[in-house]
Design a protein around this ligand. Structure first.
Ligand code: ZN
Length: 300
């Protein structure tokens, strides 16, 4: 080898030596990072309605990273770290529509112009959420006919806000607890009203005296600030990466659509607006269209 590089009979070999060294170095670097698949950290197991974190990192830049989960597709913005990149995503299942079982999380990406994908299996275990039987006057349950158009319009507005996906991640874990009160109705709680099972509770109700400041769970942008028949005065915040938080039954809204808020900013005052029996804050968290239990992500 040494002989070859210093080669007596080949005057050019001395000139070539640096190039050979560079080639060897490059080959070594490639061996150390042999175009390795990106590192994917995702739980093997979760429970129905729970959020979970997915972490992706790569020693090389990745382009067009997309997540496929529960029939939804999301573009993921990778942040540059040294020569490579990394990103975090929040995913979950919805007590209101997801089924337990083994599901596949697919991650598609392109690297140096070549497309590739990796998959992870996530087992979603069933949860027996508590339920309660209630008897209420029919007028409390069925809204008057003349309001059906309004209710339909508001449902559409809220669905549009919940489906917001902006690529840049603004959220951080732990999220800010919007109010300090105890939970009066947990996530997943099922009510059987007049013998009819209702949709499970897709958020958390916190006890909050009228006028309690309600804080933004994370940095974000207001995507809906409105007064709805069922939800009352409500605020929806987009935190990027398909994460949207929801605050219902406020007595006062302090932000408008398009406003930019920081984690912990007061976005409204709690109340009892909309179809409720008493003052409380309903807090919801939507991840790529899935209403999950926000509790595991909240700080103290
Ligand atoms: Zn609620």
């Amino acid at each position: 080898m040494r002989e070859g590089l210093t080669g007596s009979g080949r005057p050019s070999s001395r000139i070539w030596a640096p190039a050979v060294a560079a080639a060897v170095l490059l080959a070594w670097a490639a061996a150390a990072h042999p175009s390795a698949d990106p590192t994917i950290l995702a739980p093997k197991e979760t429970t129905l309605g729970s959020p979970f974190l997915v972490y992706i990192s790569s020693a090389e830049p990745l382009e067009e990273v997309r997540l496929f989960w529960e029939g939804k597709e999301m573009a993921l913005e990778m942040e540059a770290v040294g020569e490579g990149c990394e990103a975090m995503a929040l995913l979950g299942t919805d007590v209101g529509g997801s089924k337990p079982g083994v599901k596949t999380l697919d991650i598609g990406y392109s690297r140096g112009g070549e497309r590739a994908s990796v998959s992870r299996q996530v087992r979603v275990a069933d949860v027996e959420y508590p339920s309660e039987k209630l008897t209420l006057p029919e007028t409390m349950i069925t809204p008057p006919k003349e309001l059906l158009e309004r209710i339909g319009r508001e449902r559409h507005e809220s669905a549009r806000a919940l489906s917001t996906v902006t690529p840049a991640r603004l959220w951080a874990i732990p999220m800010v607890r919007p109010v300090g009160g105890v939970i009066t109705s947990p996530y997943g709680f099922r009510r059987i009203l007049n013998g009819q099972p209702r949709a499970p509770h897709r958020g958390v109700d916190y006890r909050a005296a009228e006028g309690t400041p309600v804080k933004a769970a994370a940095d974000g942008t207001v995507v809906l600030s409105a007064d709805h028949y069922f939800a009352g005065r409500c605020v929806y915040l987009d935190h990027g990466g398909g994460v949207v938080s929801v605050y219902l039954h406020l007595s006062k809204r302090l932000v408008e659509e398009g406003d930019v808020v920081s984690a912990g900013d007061v976005i409204g005052l709690s109340g009892r607006s909309g179809r409720v029996t008493g003052p409380h804050l309903h807090f919801g968290l939507c991840l790529q269209g899935m209403m999950v239990n926000p509790e595991p992500l909240l700080g103290r």
